[in-house]
Ligand binder design. Structure first.
Ligand code: MLT
Length: 261
């Protein structure tokens, strides 16, 4: 599917048929992180997995903010019929919170995968600034390569095929996407106070070994949203959709089948 963004027609990966489901990726990644989950969901759904701004076909944002990223995802949903199930992984979850605040009518059901509702505290903001400085001085791989071990569980780090697939995605990210994501994440709003206003069916998914947004962060989201279900993926780290696509796809498939009828 092609969707207009910044006066350009952007190619958005699409597979399957049925109710629309949009998968939003995290940092420092792109839509390919969802490839295995998408293939499984495509048996029942029309799955769209766009790249966020500053990646491949998707142009730079006019401002590197979550509002801008959410505006792009809203454009994808609009092009897919105006309403969709949306799953956001980590930074993609921050985008989904913003979408629910600014264009709630576009989200029929929300799945938060290995993410958190809270904003960056002072220490986290300083880390973003340090990462921006390092990426500028030493190149983006000096920042993004350091992410790879944190993305996976101990057992995931012992799977060479998985590590090389993750590394291939991380390494192809360009300096702009790294910096824009860091700025957008640093300035994102605190979504904890608005959890109670989320009125769509909600699923929260987390890898039991997630070291970046641990299970306590997932529990916090699930507690704050009326009727939210929580699924824990045993043994998976932060990047659960790549470590255990069978389990993540099964949880999303059951949830979206129930909520997008
Ligand atoms: C992500 O996986 O998208 C990021 O690690 C999230 C973050 O750094 O806050």
């Amino acid at each position: 599917m092609r969707v207009k963004y910044q006066a350009r027609n952007v190619e958005v990966r699409e597979e399957g048929a049925g109710p629309a489901v949009v998968l939003v990726h995290g940092y420092p990644l792109d839509g390919d992180m969802w490839a295995e989950v998408s293939r499984r969901l495509a048996a029942k759904f029309r799955v769209l997995r766009p790249d966020l701004p500053s990646r491949r076909d998707t142009p730079h944002p006019s401002q590197p903010t979550m509002a801008e990223y959410a505006g792009w995802i809203a454009a994808v949903v609009d092009a897919a019929g105006g309403k969709a199930g949306v799953a956001g992984f980590s930074m993609g979850g921050y985008v989904l919170f913003e979408l629910l605040r600014t264009r709630p009518e576009t989200v029929a059901a929300a799945a938060f995968v290995d993410t958190q509702a809270s904003a960056d505290d002072g220490g986290a903001r300083q880390n973003r600034n340090r990462a921006i400085f390092t990426a500028r001085e030493m190149g983006p791989s000096a920042v993004s390569d350091g992410m790879i071990p944190k993305l996976l569980s101990t057992s995931g780090r012992g799977r060479p095929d998985l590590v090389s697939r993750v590394r291939a995605i991380v390494r192809r990210q360009n300096p702009n996407s790294i910096e824009h994501d860091l700025l957008a994440m640093r300035e994102r709003a605190d979504s904890l106070p608005s959890l109670g206003a989320i009125g769509v069916p909600t699923l929260v998914v987390v890898g039991s070994e997630d070291a970046i947004t641990p299970p306590a962060k997932a529990e916090e989201i699930a507690r704050g949203i009326a009727g939210a279900a929580l699924v824990t993926i045993p043994g998976a780290g932060h990047l659960a959709p790549m470590e255990n696509p069978d389990a993540v796809a099964a949880a999303l498939s059951e949830f979206f089948a129930r909520s997008l009828r």
